[in-house]
Design a protein around this ligand. Structure first.
Ligand code: FMN
Length: 311
């Protein structure tokens, strides 16, 4: 018997609408969870911890026990001054899944487990993966080259296969997931779930503005550039935004000083996108996007019958 995927009975697709600064808010999360994908958002998108409390209350009221889970993303870096207050709110709301990023999950795993949450950690190297597992996380999110936002650098094929040599638990592949066929490919590779970030920016429910959405529709993966100017560590940005930003303030004005949460938030109008931007062809609703992905995924399974053995 193959191991069931995490939350399998509540998902239409083995996918997480990935947390995105200044993009993922309650409307996107609710629409994703209703349509059968895990809906994630970074807690720092709520303007304060009190607002986070309101957001979670609103999201919970809009969903049912059958909806896909909600995931909160916590930046666990020491520069996130809201961390203790946000953790207390997540505990109080009985959040099902917390995703840690930019730092060690070690200090937050115990308190979140005590509140019944699963904790998945963003990792970008084998060393990060081993350390996150030693800290007691329940799943790994493998950030790979070409992912939107603060990207990884590892090749997805090599990264998933290397992690599978020592870890049999939940693995989420992040980066380059463009359509339903890539979701199936990630499963064949050994992932249980995928992250899709960029594909969800160009939806009516995202917090992105119209110019950003239009830029995504117009762009291809050739338009994605790496830069440290937004959060202090390498992120994938749209060239159209980066060129303008560098004209307004040259790169020397924002040297690479390592991650800083305040710097990330003060640049939250940046236009980030991963290589999967090549799959963005129109602005749609979240439900339409998920229905399209489900259709492509089902067709790909049909085309590759015999290759996939996990149901
Ligand atoms: C605009 C944008 C903002 C992002 N902000 C965050 C964030 O706040 N926290 C986080 O863990 N990841 C963040 N990410 C990364 C995504 O969660 C995810 O890893 C990535 O989008 C996957 O690659 P894809 O965009 O090609 O699907 C962001 C990505 C984008 C595109």
């Amino acid at each position: 018997m193959p191991t069931p995927r995490p939350w399998q009975n509540r998902l239409a697709l083995p996918a997480i609408a990935a947390p995105m600064t200044a993009v993922s808010g309650p409307d996107l999360v609710i629409a994703a969870c209703r349509a059968g994908a895990i809906g994630a958002f970074p807690t720092h998108n709520a303007p304060s911890s009190a607002a986070l409390d309101d957001w979670l209350g609103h999201i919970r009221a809009a969903l049912t026990a059958d909806s896909a889970p909600v995931a909160a993303n916590l930046v666990v870096h020491r520069t996130n001054r809201r961390l203790p207050a946000d953790i207390e709110i997540l505990q109080r709301h009985g959040i099902e899944l917390v995703i840690t990023s930019v730092g060690s999950p070690e200090p937050v795993v115990g308190p979140l487990h005590d509140a019944g949450a699963q904790v998945y950690a963003d990792v970008a190297s084998i060393d990060h993966a081993r350390r996150a597992l030693a800290a007691g996380v329940d799943g790994l999110i493998l950030l790979t080259a070409g992912a939107g936002g603060q990207t990884g650098w590892a090749n997805p094929f090599a990264f998933v296969r290397s992690v599978r040599e020592f870890y049999a638990g939940p693995v989420v592949l992040a980066g380059g997931i463009t359509d339903g066929r890539s979701i199936l490919a990630a499963e064949i590779l050994g992932a249980d779930l995928v992250y899709l970030g960029t594909r969800f920016i160009a939806t009516h429910e995202s917090m992105a503005d119209d110019a950003y959405r239009a830029a995504l529709v117009a762009a291809s993966l050739d338009d994605v550039r790496l830069s440290t100017r937004v959060g202090g560590i390498p992120a994938s940005l749209l060239a159209s935004w980066l060129d303008r930003a560098e004209q307004d303030a040259p790169p020397e004005a924002s040297p690479d000083t390592g991650f800083n949460q305040d710097r990330l938030l003060s640049n939250s109008t940046a236009w980030s996108a991963g290589h999967s931007v090549s799959g963005v062809g129109a602005v749609t609703s979240v439900a339409e996007l998920i229905a399209t992905l489900v259709g492509q995924y089902t067709a790909a399974r049909h085309d590759s019958a015999g290759l996939v053995t996990n149901d």
